[in-house]
Design a protein around this ligand. Structure first.
Ligand code: AMP
Ligand code: GLY
Length: 457
């Protein structure tokens, strides 16, 4: 494996030089990095990684037209672990960063850990056991119970005890929250207004496999009233750094109406996540979560995304994800001024207790531009214009590609994501919307009310 090291100084006695050699070499290891993913999250991550003097080369698999500006896109089937292995070895990769959850839930980190040639490669993403915090809602809730992490009361059912599930539903107040246990492409959570629709949906999930194998088990939980936010953590499995908080906007329509989407915008920081609230988040949630991971011997070097409900000033966990959020990353990562590759190295080496997180105190506002029709049927391949007119904002590509003439075209439901910074939220929003209005393609849509609910704080 090729590790590029800078020269160290000469002229001291042997022992000092050896010490310096070691420290400097450690300090200056440069990385040939493979980033896995293809969305706006990965473009934002790629931009931060590419900025680092520690990054010698960045590959993104498969990437998009935006990541191609930060590194080299590679058409690698990332669900084919042998193909990933071969690529990593042939290209002397010494750091892998995983954007989405699927490869982690499928055990990519474990594949590296047990391979004599891959195990020394810095790998950012938890083991399969760790990834079950996202891969199984039941496992995540059981983990929270074991470690006293505040969350909604719940029970888990299968088709064998559906009768008990109906009785449990009757003991709850509406609305009713049903969650498919497994990964269901972000669609596995149903919030039902009354008992009859809840019973009907429960039958569809357990008996008619509404979400396939993912709904063979269903978590039914108490509905938590409050306002949601996301807190991100980078952990080495023992120590942690709490990254900036963010709020995302999941519904397609203004005023949080209509269908759920991957996310239509995000704001960081969250104004109500003040010092007092964040210290509760740390003491009641982040610390016990990381201590739990450590105590259970789970190999976890990567991100924890804690979806939280602020219920009257007290944080409750709605869900864990084992990755960064999208589009939260597009407002969180640009605010992080520390060298991201250095933080990844510290996470890998287990020295995050020595890490220093530097964050831009300004507010970042990110607005997602999507294809008309999304999240239902939409068209791809529309020519995108106006990017060259954007000033003072960052434009992250979510679903784009260049055609054979080099022309930028839409290539997904979520297409572009515009992030701007300012000293206050209103100004950051004004800047982002001014940039959004300069960009166009046929049928493009965006929500015009991102961040409005936070202006009063
Ligand atoms: P999830 O897929 O777990 O993020 O859930 C999707 C959305 O459902 C969350 O972002 C919340 O808005 C909502 N949700 C999930 N669980 C609850 C709950 N216990 N109480 C209220 N809302 C919930
Ligand atoms: N924005 C929510 C998520 O990434 O799951």
């Amino acid at each position: 494996m090729e590790i590029i090291m800078h020269q160290v100084g000469k002229g001291k006695d042997d022992k000092t030089v050896r010490m310096q050699d070691k420290e400097m070499a450690e300090h200056y290891t440069s990385y040939r990095i493979l980033l896995i993913g293809s969305g706006g999250r990965e473009h934002a991550m790629a931009a931060s990684i590419a900025r680092s003097p520690r990054c010698a080369k960045l590959f993104v698999a498969p990437g998009n037209a935006g990541t191609a500006e930060c590194g080299e896109n590679v058409a690698l089937a990332t669900d084919d672990f042998n193909a990933v292995r071969q690529f990593v070895l042939e290209n002397h990769i010494n750091m892998v960063v995983v954007g989405p959850e699927a490869p982690l839930v499928a055990g990519l980190a474990d594949n590296f850990a047990k391979d004599p040639l891959l195990k020394q490669i810095a790998f950012i993403g938890p083991s399969q056991r760790g990834a079950m915090l996202e891969g199984s809602k039941d496992a995540a809730k059981a983990f929270m119970m074991r470690h006293n992490v505040p969350t909604a009361a719940y029970r888990t059912f299968t088709r064998e005890n559906i009768g008990e599930a109906f009785t449990f539903l009757e003991s709850l107040q509406p609305p009713y929250v049903l969650k498919a246990d497994g990964l269901a492409a972000g669609k596995g959570v149903l919030i039902l207004p009354d008992l009859e629709t809840a019973r009907q949906s429960l039958r569809e999930m357990l008996e008619d496999a509404k979400f396939g194998a993912a709904s063979a088990k269903v978590v039914i939980e108490e509905f938590l009233c409050g306002i949601e936010l996301s807190v991100f953590v980078l952990t080495d499995g023992e120590h942690y750094l709490i990254l900036p908080s963010a709020k995302d906007y999941k519904r397609i329509g203004e005023g949080d109406t209509g269908l759920n989407t991957g996310g239509m915008g995000s704001i960081s920081p969250v104004p109500f996540a003040n010092e007092d609230f964040m210290s509760k988040v740390e003491e009641r949630i982040v610390r016990p979560t990381v201590e739990g991971i450590h105590a259970e011997g789970i190999d976890y070097k990567g991100f924890i995304f804690v979806g939280l409900m602020n219920r009257g000033g007290d944080p409750y966990v709605i869900e864990y994800n084992v990755r960064m959020g999208d589009p939260e990353t597009e407002s969180v990562f640009p605010r992080i001024q520390s060298d991201m590759v250095e933080l990844f190295e510290q996470a890998w080496k287990g020295t995050l207790d020595k890490a220093v997180l530097k964050v831009n105190p300004q507010t970042a506002a990110c607005v997602m531009m999507v294809a008309g029709g999304y999240p239902e049927k939409y068209e791809k391949g529309k020519e995108i214009s106006g990017l060259d007119k954007v000033e003072g904002s960052l434009v992250f590509h979510a679903g784009t590609k260049r055609d054979e003439r080099g022309c930028l075209r839409s290539n997904g439901g979520r297409v572009l994501c515009v992030t701007s910074f300012a000293d206050n939220l209103q100004e950051a929003l004004d800047k982002s919307y001014a940039s959004v209005r300069k960009i166009n393609w046929e049928d493009c849509y965006y929500r015009r009310d991102i961040g409005q609910d936070l202006l009063g704080y």
